[in-house]
Design a protein around this ligand. Structure first.
Ligand code: FES
Length: 105
């Protein structure tokens, strides 16, 4: 699935994400700036935070409790904020756009 990350400064990075990996991992594998992922994907750092474009938000399962509580610790939170380490890549997400916050701290 192709996923496009857009940095706060407008720089776009389209990556090829493997099914089953997390959206965060696909960003890390492709050295996308703006995703820090300090905890390595355990929903305990909130530095993999991104904004999922509206149309895609409804295709995702709702956040589980761990993500929900960690998101409240993230910076620059918006209604469409998600932790990208908790989003699993599926074929349905092909073309998804994730915008990145101005910073993760
Ligand atoms: Fe730490 Fe996602 S990588 S919460």
């Amino acid at each position: 699935a192709k996923i496009k990350f857009i940095e706060a400064n407008g720089a776009e990075h389209e990556v090829e994400a493997r099914e089953g990996q997390s959206v965060m991992q696909s960003a890390m594998d492709n050295l996308v700036p703006g995703i820090v992922a300090e905890c390595g994907g355990f929903a305990s750092c909130a530095t993999c935070h991104g904004y999922v474009d509206e149309g895609w938000l409804k295709k995702l399962p709702p956040p589980e409790a761990a993500e929900e509580s960690m998101i409240s610790c993230a910076f620059h939170v918006r209604p469409n904020s998600r932790l990208t380490c908790q989003l699993k890549v599926t074929p349905a997400l092909d073309g998804m756009v994730v915008r990145l916050p101005v910073s993760q701290t």
